[in-house]
Design a binder for this molecule. Structure first.
Ligand code: CAA
Length: 379
């Protein structure tokens, strides 16, 4: 069993780390404080192939594997978790989805600019009354000639404000339950499609989270992904991959908090010694590092299964469950190590703590991950 990275993966990691340290990290505090979308950074990331890491070059991507993808998400999120999630949604829930379920024409038309980072995508599944219960959608897509007509509201849509392309899940008939859900590609500017509200959030404040409204929004039939009624499966398969990305985001946030804690513990002197000399602090640092490594290994395992073409739903959920809870634990302890300084905005750990929380919620709460894992265990 080889747990090491290949030379190509190491080179890729070094490239992304260098970029993240030079271009992403210096902007992270302002992106958070001003809730500012990092447009310039996202443009540069597109040029580096980071907006479509695992998409083949012929469709505008970097042609790398899922391990490279999680490496990239960890490095970017270590620098700025807002930038990490913008990237993760575009890669996992938009580009991978179109690559897997789109026809050739949809790939040429929509995937290439998205994977190149020339356009940005969002994934519209959640609704005001359908969060964890994603099969119970109310947004309707009624067939009318060569169009579908969308009506209803979508909630908590990451990238909702900036996205050029929205993947919208809607039902062709609620009586069909999840078998009525269909996936459509909707372009920004389509009449009847509007951003209703942008949420003000605890963390990942540089990414937009929006409510979207569809009113008599006519979408050409050629924008249907897969078959009518295949949308729920498309959403679930895409979330399987997305959850590996969020696991990597959580690992990146936790690593940032550990690294800040190490630096602080070496420099902060109390009772005549750096606090790193006290076992109380050393034990915390040791537990933080151990839990982060365990979460990363679970994340790499899920990514590696995906690269081999093996099933990875359970392992992706395990990675997300573990990494998000580790991120919350590590960032809480980081604030404890900093003491009062951890609670003020002059230091980065309070941002890491706020950013970590959402990893236990989006792309399936920790409770949903436990349900998925238990479902696989019990058969
Ligand atoms: N892959 C393929 N198919 C799958 C699947 C998977 N991972 N999971 C379920 N399915 C299929 C089942 O096989 C079943 O198929 P059949 O109809 O052919 O039998 C069908 O889907 C229904 O499955 P379930 O009965 O298990 O469905 P359910 O209604 O009980 O829901 C659930 C299961 C796991 C709870 C699911 O609803 C779920 O994942 N909920 C959480 C939703 C979520 O993660 N939302 C995140 C929003 S997106 C987001 O956060 C993005 C953002 O912008 C940040």
């Amino acid at each position: 069993m080889d747990l090491g990275l290949s030379p190509r993966q190491e080179m890729f990691r070094d490239m992304v780390r260098d970029f993240a340290e030079k271009e992403v990290a210096p902007r992270a505090a302002a992106v958070d404080a001003e809730a500012r979308f990092p447009a310039q950074t996202i443009r540069m990331m597109g040029e580096l192939g980071l907006m479509g890491v695992a998409i083949p070059a012929e469709y505008g991507g970097a042609g790398a594997d899922t391990i490279c993808y999680v490496i990239a998400i960890e490095e970017i999120s270590r620098a700025c978790a807002s930038t990490g999630v913008i990237m993760s949604i575009n890669n996992s829930l938009v580009c991978d989805l179109i690559y897997k379920f789109g026809d050739e024409e949809q790939k040429r038309r929509f995937l290439i600019p998205l994977a190149r980072g020339e356009q940005l995508g969002c994934f519209c599944l959640s609704e005001p009354d359908a969060g964890s219960d994603a099969g119970n959608l109310r947004v309707t897509a009624l067939a009318e000639g060569d169009h579908f007509v969308l009506n209803g509201a979508k909630n908590f849509i990451t990238n909702g404000k900036e996205a050029d392309i929205a993947i919208v899940f809607a039902t062709v008939g609620r009586h069909l339950k999840h078998k009525g859900i269909s996936a459509l590609i909707v372009e920004k500017g389509t009449p009847g499609f509007q951003v209703l509200k942008e949420e003000s959030k605890l963390g990942i404040r540089g990414s937009s989270t929006c409510q979207l409204l569809f009113e008599q929004c006519r979408v050409p039939r050629e924008n249907l992904l897969g078959e009518i009624g295949e949308g729920f499966r498309i959403a679930m398969v895409s979330l399987d991959g997305g959850r590996i990305g969020i696991a990597a985001q959580a690992v990146g946030i936790a690593r940032a908090a550990l690294e800040a804690s190490l630096e602080y513990a070496r420099g902060r002197v109390q009772f005549g010694r750096p606090i790193a000399a006290f076992q109380a602090i050393q034990f915390l640092l040791a537990d933080m590092a151990t839990r982060i490594d365990a979460a990363r290994l679970l994340t790499y395992r899920a990514a590696s299964l995906r690269d081999c073409g093996a099933p990875y739903t359970k392992e992706g959920s395990m990675a997300k469950l573990s990494a998000s809870e580790v991120a919350m634990w590590v960032t809480t302890k980081a604030i404890q190590i900093y003491g009062g300084y951890g609670y003020i905005t002059d230091y980065p750990v309070e941002r890491h703590f706020r950013d970590a929380k959402v990893t236990e919620i989006y792309e399936g709460t920790s409770e949903i991950q436990r349900l998925v894992i238990a479902g696989h265990l019990l058969g």
